[in-house]
Ligand binder design. Structure first.
Ligand SMILES: Nc1nc2c([nH]c(=O)n2[C@H]2C[C@H](O)[C@@H](COP(=O)(O)OP(=O)(O)OP(=O)(O)O)O2)c(=O)[nH]1
Length: 127
């Protein structure tokens, strides 16, 4: 079972950050929530804080991560957190493209399949 932690990063205008997977990776060109695999020796919050630093150059802390939704597909378990408090400006540090989506725009992005139920939870939270 692969555990992946991801975040719905929400800005002051109520938009959520989506990230487009770069060429050469599985699901290239599709959109997902920033995050990544939980590595051995890490808990989920630690993994997410590390991924946000590596991928986006932002800092947050466990108390700012609120569990929002999960989805299990095959051997993948996706855990989605919502985060409204973070330091720094999200910057694409790993070749990805970033977009801030309004709640009514989320489903106009070509989402990674496992993210669709999660995206519905984000839309409902923000609408
Ligand atoms: N970060 C993230 N990954 C997701 C989402 N939805 C989804 O199915 N995934 C999948 C894609 C990957 O198979 C896995 C996350 O792995 P990752 O981001 O750490 O690694 P990766 O596949 O980009 O890169 P690699 O290390 O496997 O080459 O979870 C999502 O919303 N965010």
């Amino acid at each position: 079972m692969l555990i992946v932690a991801a975040v719905a990063l929400i800005d002051k205008t109520g938009c959520v950050l989506l990230s487009q997977r770069p060429e050469g990776k599985a699901h290239a060109g599709q959109w997902e929530f920033p995050g990544g695999k939980v590595e051995e020796g890490e808990n989920v919050g630690e993994a997410l804080i590390r991924e946000l630093r590596e991928e986006l150059g932002i800092d947050t802390e466990t108390s700012c991560l609120a569990p929002l939704a999960f989805n299990g597909e095959g051997d993948l378990l996706l855990l989605l957190y919502a985060c409204r408090k973070y330091k720094g400006v999200p910057t694409p540090l790993e070749g990805q493209t970033l977009a801030w989506a309004r709640p009514d725009e989320i489903f106009s992005y070509d989402l990674v399949p496992a993210d669709k139920p999660l995206a519905a939870a984000v839309r409902d939270l923000l609408s």
